[in-house]
Design a protein. Structure first.
Lengths: 95, 94, 184
């Protein structure tokens, strides 16, 4: 649940999602769900020359299981809060 | 995914295929129904996308990579540089 | 694939999200093509299916991955998790959505226990119990948890999210009434 909550704090921020099939999608995070499926608005394909036929997408739904990395905007990640939340989650899980 | 229902979408599957069709429905596991489906095949080195009409499909969620709403105008004015364009890789069933 | 207005109009009556498994159920006794994750395809008539997408086919022709060898078998069983996709005929889609539409049209409300009438598609607010606050009966035991039954995606009672709306109070056991809108 930690990551789910974390990604919810990044809604409306710009992220780059790199998939396992090596396609990278850049866009505004619209929503996430419990499976970490991601919805992006204003999508751009990062390497558009390589996949020109994907360039016509407006918004997209990405299945969580196919994501390899998500590049986050560093300025929008509060590492202290994140660390605290991680500890809390760990405490809860220990019980 | 609600907003994508009844829209023309492009679906990339885990085996690297790219299907385009109208999204009729989906469920929790992202199984989806596509109608008026065409498979967009890109053969590396070519200038054009080959479109193969296929009919109606139920695609299982586990083989879906991503689903995007298609901007039809952009799709019509698609330009492919054959020197750079490649096909989409498949994800080895993981 | 670009459609003109006429082609699009054919499908615009399908305002609802049709569940893949609902469609599959409706496609029983029809011909279909199933491709498995390993690339083999099975052409046959659907005899039965369940909510895990396990399939029972008859009069099957199996084609190997490379398309060079074919096997014919009178019937076969395909485990749902091995399916990559299923190709069905367009007619089935129209047929199932018609049925769904019929199912959705208001019927006289039935008194009695709060068992939501199963419908196809997901909750339209048109009629239906469980939408009004306080209408439901039962102890609301299921609130926020998944009902034990598969993913609730067979044709009966939806409610993947298991979240009936409305604060239920009263007696009786609640049985997942209402079609909670699954958050997506």
């Amino acid at each position: 649940m930690l990551f789910f909550s974390f990604f919810k704090t990044l809604v409306d921020k710009e992220v780059i999602v790199e998939l396992k099939n090596e396609v990278s999608l850049k866009g505004t995070l619209h929503s996430v769900d419990q499976y970490l499926n991601i919805k992006l608005n204003n999508v751009e394909i990062v390497d558009e020359q390589k996949y020109p036929y994907l360039g016509c997408l407006k918004n997209c739904f990405i299945r969580g299981s196919t994501v390899r990395y998500i590049q986050l905007p560093a300025a929008d990640v509060d590492t202290d809060v994140l660390q605290d939340a991680t500890r809390k989650e760990h405490q809860v899980n220990k019980k | 995914m609600d907003e994508l229902v009844n829209k023309t979408v492009s679906v990339v599957t885990s085996d690297g295929r790219n299907m385009m069709g109208i999204l009729q429905g989906f469920d929790q596991t992202s199984n989806i129904i596509l109608t008026q489906c065409t498979q967009n095949v890109y053969i590396p080195g070519q200038r054009e996308l080959e479109q193969i009409p296929l009919g109606s499909y139920i695609i299982r969620g586990t083989s879906v990579t991503f689903i995007g709403e298609v901007d039809q105008e952009k799709f019509l004015s698609l330009k492919i540089d054959p020197a750079l364009a490649v096909g989409i890789k498949s994800i080895n069933n993981r | 694939m670009l459609l003109n207005d006429v082609q699009l109009a054919r499908f615009t009556h399908l305002k609802h999200n049709m569940l893949p498994l609902t469609l599959l159920k409706g496609a029983q006794t029809t011909q279909m093509m199933v491709e498995l994750k390993n690339g083999e395809t099975f052409n046959g008539t659907l005899v039965n299916c369940d909510s895990w997408m396990n399939l029972n086919l008859k009069d099957v022709v199996c084609t190997s991955r490379d398309g060079t060898s074919f096997y014919q078998m009178p019937e076969c069983y395909v485990r749902g998790n091995l399916v990559k996709y299923i190709r069905v005929s367009d007619d089935i889609l129209t047929q199932v959505s018609e049925e769904a539409k019929k199912e959705r049209t208001p019927k006289p409300a039935r008194g009695g226990r709060g068992r939501g009438r199963g419908t196809f598609g997901r909750g339209n607010a048109g009629f239906g119990r469980g939408n009004d606050a306080g209408r439901g009966r039962g102890e609301n035991a299921n609130r926020g948890q998944q009902n034990g039954r598969g993913r609730g995606d067979s044709t009966r009672g939806r409610g993947d999210s298991g979240r009936g709306r409305g604060d239920a109070r009263g007696r009786g056991q609640s049985s997942q009434r209402g079609r909670g809108r699954g958050t997506n």
